[in-house]
Design a protein around this ligand. Structure first.
Ligand SMILES: Nc1ncnc2c1ncn2[C@@H]1O[C@H](COP(=O)(O)OP(=O)(O)O)[C@@H](O)[C@H]1O
Ligand SMILES: [Mg+2]
Length: 227
């Protein structure tokens, strides 16, 4: 049984008189606890696919079934609940809140889940320890290296215990060693039962992945699985 079924997914943008087909009919079956490396040149539709899957944007047509839910037909409130309960999103640019400590950045999403402050901090601390930053919890983003900031972002993505981790070029702004650390963290999440999709240009990621998919001009041009 698939955890996620994507059927003929399309996303078009109208740019003046021109229509850009960011996704031009993508279909995928994603099993629970699989690890996907999504590859392809710039402009091939990788981020668009991640945004649609994460409920950050809506498709022009097609279906995205996640568990029992048809994501494309959720209203704004249901979509917000879907994002909060099911998705952990990691961005290339970390997207941390500059004025908050690592601890408060990680705890931040729990505000919307109405978790008491003490519990929010305990959970955030546990996750920062897990990503190797137990000694950096009071540091602000500017006081951390790029690799450390991305580890904070990984901890934040995990705070609601999401089933599905989406990472859009998470190692794109990192040096090789920091990038390897992030790949290994994502691999650990996969091994602990999560479903993980990672957009990457780094061929090393495919050695961690169970599946690799190549996009070109909004279409899947190759799909390989390890087993
Ligand atoms: N908000 C937008 N408005 C217009 N065109 C967009 C928008 N977002 C993406 N596109 C276009 O859609 C295509 C796919 O973009 P994207 O998914 O960001 O590709 P990738 O992440 O693979 O680099 C590109 O041609 C891009 O210019
Ligand atoms: Mg992109």
């Amino acid at each position: 049984m698939s955890f996620i079924t994507i059927t003929n997914l399309r996303k078009s943008y109208q740019m003046g008189r021109e229509t850009v087909h960011a996704l031009a009919g993508v279909s995928l079956n994603i099993e629970a606890n699989s690890f996907w490396a999504v590859m392809g040149p710039s402009g091939s539709g990788k981020s668009t696919l991640m945004y649609l899957l994460g409920g950050l944007d809506r498709p022009s047509s097609g279906q995205i079934q996640v568990g029992q839910q048809a994501i494309e037909s959720l209203d704004e409130n249901a979509l917000a609940v879907y994002r909060r309960r099911t998705i952990g999103f990691i961005f290339q640019s970390f997207n941390l809140i500059a004025s908050l400590s690592a601890l408060d950045n990680v705890a931040f999403p729990l505000r919307f889940a109405r978790v008491p402050r003490r519990q929010r901090h305990a959970r955030a601390y546990e996750l920062l320890v897990r990503v190797g930053l137990g000694d950096r919890i009071h540091h602000k983003p500017t006081e951390l290296s790029g690799g450390q900031q991305q580890r904070v972002a990984v901890a934040r993505a995990l705070v609601n215990n999401p089933q599905l981790i989406l990472a859009d070029e998470p190692t794109g702004n990192l040096d090789t060693a920091s990038g390897t650390a992030i790949m290994e963290l994502l691999s650990d999440l996969h091994k602990s039962g999560r479903t993980v999709l990672v957009v990457t240009h780094d061929p090393r990621m495919t050695s961690y992945a169970t599946h690799t998919v190549q996009l070109l001009d909004g279409r899947i041009v190759s799909e390989t699985s390890r087993d």
